[in-house]
Design a protein around this ligand. Structure first.
Ligand SMILES: Nc1ncnc2c1ncn2[C@@H]1O[C@H](COP(=O)(O)OP(=O)(O)OP(=O)(O)O)[C@@H](O)[C@H]1O
Ligand SMILES: Nc1ncnc2c1ncn2[C@@H]1O[C@H](COP(=O)(O)OP(=O)(O)OP(=O)(O)O)[C@@H](O)[C@H]1O
Ligand SMILES: [Mg+2]
Ligand SMILES: [Mg+2]
Lengths: 252, 252
């Protein structure tokens, strides 16, 4: 089983869009996938047609109480794709766990106790480098950093890589970090420049697949569907399927 | 003096772009403006050509030590525009102040002790509803919520308005909240639908000015300049100047 976190403290760079559509594309390639929503905004849940405010239990209860991950899972959102949802109550987890020891391992323990089996666990995280993102990193072997083509996005990358190294040094747990270019609009003059910078930070750990700017990805989210179901022939669907195939090829 | 926070927990909706370019446009209209960067990413500082990692003191020291706001201010970034910068160390403020009483009023106290005088203070905040955003709200009379035209952005608005009401009830301090449509691309089929929804949430507290999608705003940020200096005739400059004029008209 591979556990992959989607992380970046920069807001709006395509974390949730990547978490939903990579998960759905891997499911289409016959991998059994669990998508864990670890963002109090609950957008991965919302984007798969769940109403976060209607949840009776979700990731908050898993992290702060003794609730099993199995007990909060919504099965077969699409064939081969399950979801562990979240809502705004998750923002209370950080203060609630402030004085608890090993608070960064709560998610790892929950995943280790999972009764169901999966090929992939994909974790969507919030736009910050706090306890929730630390929990995601601690529970993952790999991380994907979506980078939108902007100067602000570039700036935080060195810090992000530093944080991952801190987690590795403190816990002896290595996370392989990969960069994914998102919202790429090839007409933008400086996109090539930014892509070059991204490759400088991540070297061979940059996906060859680039996710192009595609309004159908936005529309799919508003219909509560992954792009694989909403419009399988859209540019966005083609790109996320190519990403899923690149991820699967790494299995070897 | 008017203190206005730019807030929204949704990432990447144009908070920093609005904070920088509204400040610079108000400065062009001969208002003396202080821009306070309250986001650990330090993008308001970066977008005005400061290197957050080179800072010796900034908003972290103001919130967690007894440093005066006057002592961290960079004067005349542009005529009439000063900046109080921030960097990643600001993310340590929340844990450092966890057990301190009235931690949400640190910024308010710092502004009240300011020796310099301004017509406007504009505060950029991070994509979360934690202590930093509470400090911004507590210190402000008004707040602007940039809303990008997407389904995910709409979802968090009700929660955001609820939080502002909580602050008002707990502290007896009212904040007038205004919505600003950003990154508007009129070719997008569903933009009109989303605009209608935004107006439903905010009613007459929606700016008539809409900020159109304009790649020059991105380019300006990468040159460390506000749009007023980088390309005063660009769509982005015209829109932010129209917004500044609408804000000034409210002064009456
Ligand atoms: N490739 C793309 N083309 C067009 N729009 C996109 C693309 N990827 C994401 N979007 C849109 O951009 C916005 C931001 O994306 P998303 O919400 O996935 O980012 P995020 O990093 O998860 O944001 P947050 O930091 O708030 O969690 C959304 O409205 C989404 O629909
Ligand atoms: N009107 C616009 N037209 C085109 N690009 C824009 C516009 N407004 C903002 N952008 C770009 O979109 C990206 C997100 O904007 P910005 O960083 O200002 O959002 P933010 O809400 O401050 O993000 P965060 O949540 O990370 O603080 C940036 O690359 C910025 O340059
Ligand atoms: Mg997200
Ligand atoms: Mg910002």
């Amino acid at each position: 089983m591979r556990t992959i976190s989607i992380i970046n403290q920069k807001g709006g760079c395509g974390k949730t869009t990547t978490a939903i559509n990579l998960s759905a594309s891997l499911a289409k390639l016959n991998r059994r996938v669990l998508l864990i929503d670890l963002d109090p905004q609950g957008h991965a849940s919302l984007g798969l047609n769940l109403k976060p405010e209607d949840l009776t239990k979700g990731m908050t209860e898993v992290l702060t109480q003794a609730t099993c991950l199995d007990d909060v899972i919504y099965e077969s959102i699409c064939p081969n794709l399950d979801l562990a949802p979240a809502n705004i109550t998750l923002s209370s987890a950080e203060p609630l766990l402030a004085s608890v020891s090993q608070k960064e391992q709560r998610l790892l323990s929950a995943i280790e106790a999972l009764r169901r089996s999966y090929h992939y666990i994909i974790i969507d995280s919030p736009p910050s480098l706090g306890m929730l993102t630390f929990n995601a990193l601690r529970a993952s072997d790999e991380a994907i950093v979506p980078v939108e083509m902007s100067f602000f996005s570039l700036h935080g990358l060195a810090k992000l890589i530093e944080i991952v190294d801190v987690v590795a040094r403190h816990t002896g747990h290595d996370v392989a970090v990969w960069a994914l270019a998102t919202m790429v609009n090839s007409r933008m003059r400086f996109a090539q420049e930014i892509l070059g910078e991204v490759q400088r930070h991540f070297m061979d750990r940059t996906f060859k697949t680039m996710i192009r700017n595609n309004v159908r990805l936005r529309e799919a989210a508003s219909h509560g569907l992954p792009i694989t179901e909403f419009d399988p022939h859209a540019k966005g669907a083609v790109d996320y399927m190519a990403l899923a195939q690149e991820v699967v090829l790494q299995e070897a």
